[in-house]
Design a protein around this ligand. Structure first.
Ligand code: SUG
Length: 462
């Protein structure tokens, strides 16, 4: 098998049937500002599916991750609620509405936070490594990893090719938000890559400065643990601290201020502490692997955006960097998958116009998507996908039932149409019939995707 027979596969989280706005993520401005809005789960799921289908029809390998079961009865039981499922739901909704909301979020849709992944070209044992993110910083997200782990193990079940680690210890010192704070650079997907790990604070070491207002979710120690678990070479790794001012402005994950693909890095000037050092270390390390691969590409291409062009506030309003930077096989230049908000924020629209008119820019086109249902919770195009670099043999050993093709696209459109509500308010969320609707839908989905039993209502999993 040629090394270059490797692909970046985008695994998008299917937006779940309880998608709603509960204002659960302090530090994420969109989430807090949308609290109490009515959501439309059906529209949300179709918006996500349209993005996936666009990429699939442009030759990009696209797969999907199923939503998690919500409301999460198991968590209610673990914290002492007793009775039948219907009795538990009623009790929690009446006595602990905040816990009810936290356990009803469809937040697993933001697959960039599902896990961190290392491709087999970069790991000492030559296998693909997965570590689900513990997401300890937010209660509603900290309950995701056991199911995430089962889903990943079910898709990548062959232990000759795939290694699954448990989520890191659920303690704030090891706060891990997954691939949202990780970027891999390479000359080709099948060649050795450089891994950029971005953290917001250190649990044990004093770092130059930390955010004053909003929480820094990722720690240096968790990123270091992932590097060890995934058997990455230190010479191929760069650690960078996220700029605390950016976190305080609402940049709760690094993928809100930067995005990279292959040899291109697109970022805001206020992304990192000691930005110049971070960039030069990245470039030095990239040059080494590039020379090793014997490629013409020897330097990273940096596309910085400064505050005079686009302010940090506009970055957060538009999600300019929460875009997907894609190399479609049918195009020479790179394509940016952007949310519609980028067309609506004038500084960003102007910036993108200039970028595209520059013939030397590696980014040659932009496609805008209406992902408003997700965006209102702070989740743009890049949040919705987990990138997994796989070679052709590894793809063949994966569960192909989750890879999007025309048949699955049609099945998913019908499935969403059949099972999803088009409005979700607090009354809808606490409607006792919702649980049964969700379980029926998810049970059918596991059959469509050939995943076996992954939900606790299907078996005795914790
Ligand atoms: O963790 N929002 C998510 C958004 C995650 C975006 N992901 C990336 N940047 N990769 C979060 O803050 C809001 C849920 C609510 O408020 O109902 C929420 O969880």
């Amino acid at each position: 098998m040629k090394k270059s027979d490797a692909f970046e596969v985008n695994f998008d989280g299917v937006i779940g049937p309880t998608h709603n706005y509960s204002g659960l993520s302090y530090g994420n401005l969109a989430s807090v500002n949308s609290r109490e809005f009515h959501s439309n789960p059906k529209q949300a799921a179709l918006q996500g599916l349209e993005k996936m289908w666009y990429l699939a029809t442009h030759g990009v390998k696209q797969a999907l991750l199923p939503p998690q079961e919500r409301p999460h009865i198991l968590t209610f039981k673990q914290i002492g609620f007793q009775g039948t499922d219907a009795e538990i739901l009623e009790k929690v909704a009446k006595t602990s509405p905040d816990i009810f909301r936290a356990c009803s979020s469809s937040s697993s849709m933001w697959a960039a936070n599902a896990a961190t992944v290392a491709p087999s070209t970069d790991t000492a044992d030559g296998k693909v490594h997965f570590t689900p993110a513990n997401l300890v910083s937010k209660f509603h997200r900290a309950i995701e990893h056991p199911t995430t782990s089962r889903i990943l193990r079910s898709i990548f079940s062959n232990d000759h090719y795939f290694v699954h680690h448990s989520a890191l210890l659920s303690h704030s010192s090891l706060g891990d938000e997954g691939a949202a704070n990780h970027t891999r650079f390479c000359t080709d997907y099948g060649e050795e890559g450089i891994h950029l790990f971005v953290y917001g604070r250190s649990a044990f070491r004093s770092v130059s400065h930390e955010p004053k207002k909003f929480p820094a979710r990722q720690t240096l120690e968790s990123s270091q643990a992932i590097v060890r678990l995934h058997q990455l070479q230190q010479q191929n790794v760069v650690f960078a601290q996220q700029n605390p001012e950016a976190i305080d402005a609402g940049v709760f994950h690094n993928d809100v201020v930067s995005v990279g693909n292959k040899n291109v890095f697109f970022y805001h000037e206020s992304a990192f502490v000691s930005q110049e050092n971070v960039l030069s270390e990245l470039n030095e390390k990239f040059k080494r692997v590039s020379e090793k691969a014997g490629k013409n590409v020897s330097e990273l291409i940096f596309i910085p955006v400064d505050s005079a062009q686009v302010s940090l506030e506009d970055v957060i309003r538009s999600y300019l960097f929460n875009t997907q930077l894609i190399q479609p096989p049918d195009q020479s230049g790179m394509l940016l998958i952007a949310p519609k908000e980028c067309e609506e924020v004038s500084s960003v629209q102007k910036y993108l116009e200039q970028l595209l008119s520059d013939p030397s820019s590696p980014i040659q086109s932009v496609e805008y998507f209406d992902l408003r249902q997700s965006m209102q919770n702070g989740g743009g195009p890049a949040c919705l996908r987990l990138r997994v670099v796989l070679n052709a043999e590894e793809i063949a050993k994966s569960n192909l039932g989750v890879f999007l093709n025309e048949r699955l696209y049609i099945q998913m459109t019908h499935w969403i149409g059949k099972h999803y509500r088009d409005r979700m308010s607090w009354e809808d969320l606490s409607d006792p019939r919702l649980l049964n609707e969700v379980q029926t839908a998810l049970d059918e989905l596991t059959q469509i995707l050939q995943l076996g039993s992954i939900y606790s209502f299907q078996c005795i999993y914790p």
